[in-house]
Design a protein around this ligand. Structure first.
Ligand SMILES: Cc1ncc(COP(=O)(O)O)c(C=O)c1O
Length: 350
C-alpha cells in the first residue's frame, strides 16, 4: 500500500483515505460523560463486567438481536482481540480445522494460525468435506463485501455445526448498519429458537458508537462457552477497564446517537456510491456495513493505483482473500468534506 499512499498524499488538495474503517466523527456526549464519571476507579475491574454492563449487554442483545433466551455475555477489549484469540481460548489447536469465509477480515486467519490450527476458506459448508471441524466463523454484514447472510443460511450453518459438534461464531460488528437489507443476528429467535448451544455472536461498539479508541466489544451466546471464555480470560488478564465498562453501558442503552451516526454514513455512502458508478465502477453486495465493495473488472492493484493518482486511497481486495483480487474496498469513514472531495475527483474523468 505504501507506494499508493505516497502517490495519493501528493495530491495538491490532500489525500482522501478510504482504505481503513476507522471512525472520524466525535464520541457521543452521553458516552464521554459516562467515561469521565467512572474515572475514579482504583480497584481491579471485573473480567465478567459490572452488573450494570452485563444487564446493558443482555438488554441490547434481546432488543437488537431479538434474542429472548438465556444468554451468556462477556465484555471484550474491542472485538479484534477476541477474533484473534478465540480459537486458542476455546482450546482449538494443532490438527484442528477452522472454517472462515472465502473473502474476509484478515484476523480470522491470524487467530487460527495463532492457535496452530488449519484454515479452511469456504462459504459453502458442503465443500468443506467430511473431516471434523472445530469452529466456523461467519461474518454478516461482511467486511469487506457488505454481504448479509439471510436467516435460512444462518439456520443451515447452525444445524450443520451442531451435527458435527463444531462451534459457530458470528462476527456481527456491523449489524446496526443495514442499508438495503436488515441484517439478522445468529442469536435471533428466528435462527436459534432461543437455544444457543454451540453458538456465539461477537459485537463491537467501535463502528456503532464511534468507540474504536475506547476498545469496547462483547460476546454473547452459549452460556457454557461464555463461561469457559470467562474462566480463561480472568487468568489471562483480559479485562475491560472500568471507565470503558461504564461507557459501554451508556452506549448500549442509548439508540439516539446510533441513529445520528447511521444517517452520516448513509449520506456518505450515497455520495460515494453514485460517484463510483458514474466513474464506471460496479458495486457488488454492499447492502450493509461500512464499505462499498467495488470493481472495474481489472486487477485490484491497478484500481488502487488509478484511484491513488486521483488522491484517493482504497484497500485492495487481495488483502481479504485470493478470491477478491478484482475488487477494492472503499470505506465510508471519512469526513463529509473528504467524501465530497473524493466524489469531485471521481467526476473529473477516469
Ligand atoms: C469484521 C470485523 N470484525 C472485527 C473488527 C474489530 O473491531 P474492533 O476491534 O474495533 O471491535 C473489525 C474492524 O474493522 C471488523 O471489520
Amino acid at each position: 500500500m505504501e507506494p499508493a499512499k505516497t502517490r495519493a498524499a501528493a495530491h495538491p488538495d490532500g489525500i482522501v483515505d478510504l482504505s481503513v474503517g476507522t471512525p472520524v466523527d466525535p464520541v457521543p456526549q452521553v458516552i464521554r460523560q459516562a467515561l469521565v464519571g467512572s474515572a475514579d476507579t482504583p480497584g481491579y475491574p471485573l473480567t465478567a463486567g459490572t452488573a450494570t454492563l452485563r444487564a446493558a449487554i443482555t438488554g441490547w442483545l434481546a432488543r437488537a438481536c431479538r434474542a429472548s433466551g438465556d444468554l451468556g455475555v462477556l465484555p471484550t477489549i474491542g472485538s479484534k482481540e477476541l477474533v484473534a484469540w478465540l480459537p486458542t481460548l476455546l482450546g482449538v489447536g494443532p490438527g484442528d480445522r477452522v472454517v472462515i469465509p472465502q473473502v474476509c477480515y484478515p484476523t480470522y486467519e491470524v487467530g487460527v494460525r495463532l492457535a496452530g490450527a488449519e484454515v479452511i476458506r469456504s462459504d459453502s459448508l458442503t465443500a468443506v468435506g467430511p473431516a471434523p471441524v472445530k469452529l466456523v466463523w461467519i461474518n454478516s454484514p461482511s467486511n469487506p463485501t457488505g454481504r448479509v447472510l439471510p436467516v435460512e443460511h444462518l439456520r443451515k450453518v447452525v444445524a450443520w455445526a451442531r451435527e458435527r459438534g463444531a462451534v459457530v461464531v458470528s462476527d456481527e460488528c456491523y449489524l446496526s448498519l443495514g442499508w438495503e437489507t436488515e441484517p439478522v443476528s445468529v442469536l435471533s429467535d428466528e435462527v436459534t429458537g432461543g437455544d444457543y448451544t454451540g453458538v456465539l455472536a461477537v459485537h463491537s461498539l467501535s463502528k456503532r458508537s464511534n468507540l474504536a479508541g475506547y476498545r469496547a466489544g462483547f460476546v454473547g451466546g452459549d452460556p457454557a462457552l461464555v463461561g469457559e471464555l470467562l474462566a480463561v480470560r480472568k487468568h489471562g488478564g483480559m479485562i475491560v477497564p472500568a471507565p470503558v465498562q461504564a461507557a459501554m453501558a451508556a452506549a448500549l442503552t442509548d439508540e439516539e446517537h446510533v441513529a445520528v451516526q447511521r444517517e452520516r454514513y448513509a449520506a456518505r455512502r450515497e455520495i460515494l456510491r453514485s460517484a463510483l458508478v458514474k466513474a464506471g465502477f460496479e458495486i457488488s453486495h454492499s447492502e450493509a456495513g461500512l464499505y462499498l465493495w467495488a470493481t472495474r473488472g481489472e486487477d485490484c492493484w491497478q484500481t488502487v493505483d488509478r484511484l491513488a493518482e486521483r488522491g484517493i486511497l482504497a484497500a485492495p481486495g487481495a488483502f481479504y482473500g485470493p478470491a477478491a483480487a478484482r475488487h477494492v474496498r472503499i470505506a465510508l469513514t471519512a469526513t463529509d468534506e473528504r467524501v465530497a472531495a473524493a466524489a469531485d475527483r471521481l467526476a473529473d474523468g477516469w
